[in-house]
Design a binder for this molecule. Structure first.
Ligand code: NAD
Length: 308
């Protein structure tokens, strides 16, 4: 059966290093704070926002919530972003998705100050990542690779060698997960043999995914990946977070991978919950702390690289 890639343990270790960064920042008179902008009351977004607030509190990082009602206009959202851009106490800004349909998400992303855009959704930051010189690495793709790196190290694999000879297939091509995961696969020092992306819903999925040594799934479709989609011995990273209600009326969180069917075939698998999610949370706060630390550096006009 597949080894379990424990995201909680990985997140704990990352948080220990981050607590140290927070202390060093404080010694230099700096303080980090994450601002979270949301509109409406999406369940997933609400849960995520709450988790970040708690974790920020534990780590001594500031947290500013800016919830807007579902009826908030584009101008309302842009107004909140503009004020946070100017607020010297805020070092990172996260815009929670989904925004209400009448709000132009891309326009909100464009309005973010690139120096506070810790999720790299502003076109300048997305472009820098695509060019292999990121200012910030978006937290979910970063968590995918950090979890992989950590697991490979623990398994005694030569990481660079493993990546060079591996084919990574990403299922899903959203601007926030799938696409930046592909970009990061290309940008990393331990460069990947090949990185493919697959996001066609019309079928033929297995033909692509069975090719993968590492399969990263971010489609938001519970149970999408089953044993027949996975090569024997593949490493499977399940990014999906889906709330499903069972016949007993209870709601559970599941990923995009049918773990019961895939586990006997895979070499390793991330659980949901407890896989990519906890690492994502810490990574986002880490970027927020680094954004604050950068503001204490003299401005050289150069982008400070951040390739994990
Ligand atoms: P999204 O809906 O924006 O994008 C989904 C992508 O998957 C699209 O490109 C779509 O074309 C593709 N897709 C959908 N069905 C498919 C199918 N049957 N076959 C192939 N491709 C298909 O979602 P997102 O924001 O990228 O998030 C994806 C999932 O990851 C969601 O479940 C989300 O909750 C989860 N998520 C997890 C984390 C984390 O930290 N673990 C962070 C962000 C998102």
């Amino acid at each position: 059966a597949a080894a379990v890639m424990d995201g909680r343990e990985c997140a704990r270790a990352l948080a220990v290093g981050l607590a140290d960064e927070v202390r060093r920042l404080a010694d230099r008179g700096g303080r980090a704070a994450l601002a979270v902008v949301s509109a409406g009351s999406d369940h997933g977004a609400t849960v995520y926002g709450r988790r970040l607030r708690r974790l920020a509190g534990e780590l001594g990082i500031g947290h500013v919530a800016r919830p807007l009602p579902a009826g908030a206009t584009q101008a309302d959202v842009l107004g909140v972003v503009a004020r946070l851009n100017e607020d010297p106490a805020v070092s990172g800004i996260l815009v929670l998705r989904p925004l209400p349909p009448h709000v132009d998400e891309a326009a909100v992303f464009r309005a973010l100050s690139p120096d506070k855009d810790v999720e790299s959704v502003h076109p300048e930051n997305a472009g820098l990542l695509a060019l292999g010189v990121p200012r910030f690495v978006p937290s979910t793709p970063a968590a995918v690779f950090h979890l992989l790196d950590t697991w490979l190290d623990a398994a005694g694999e030569d990481r660079a060698d493993f990546y060079h000879r591996s084919r990574i297939v990403v299922v899903g091509r959203s601007n926030t997960v799938g696409k930046p995961a592909v970009a990061l696969g290309c940008a990393r020092e331990a460069s990947v043999g090949s990185v493919d992306v697959w996001a066609d819903r019309t079928g033929g999925l297995g033909r692509h995914t069975r090719w993968a040594d590492v399969l990263v799934v971010a489609a938001g479709r519970p149970g999408l990946i089953r044993a027949e989609h996975v090569a024997p011995g593949a490493i499977v990273v399940d990014v999906g977070i889906n709330a499903v209600t069972g016949p007993d009326g209870r709601t559970r969180t599941v990923g995009d991978v049918d773990a019961a069917s895939v586990a006997p075939r895979a070499r390793a698998l991330t659980p949901v919950p407890g896989g990519v999610g906890p690492v994502t949370d810490v990574w986002l706060l880490r970027s927020t702390v680094r954004a604050a630390a950068r503001r204490l550096e003299p401005d050289t006009g150069r982008t400070l690289l951040e390739v994990p």
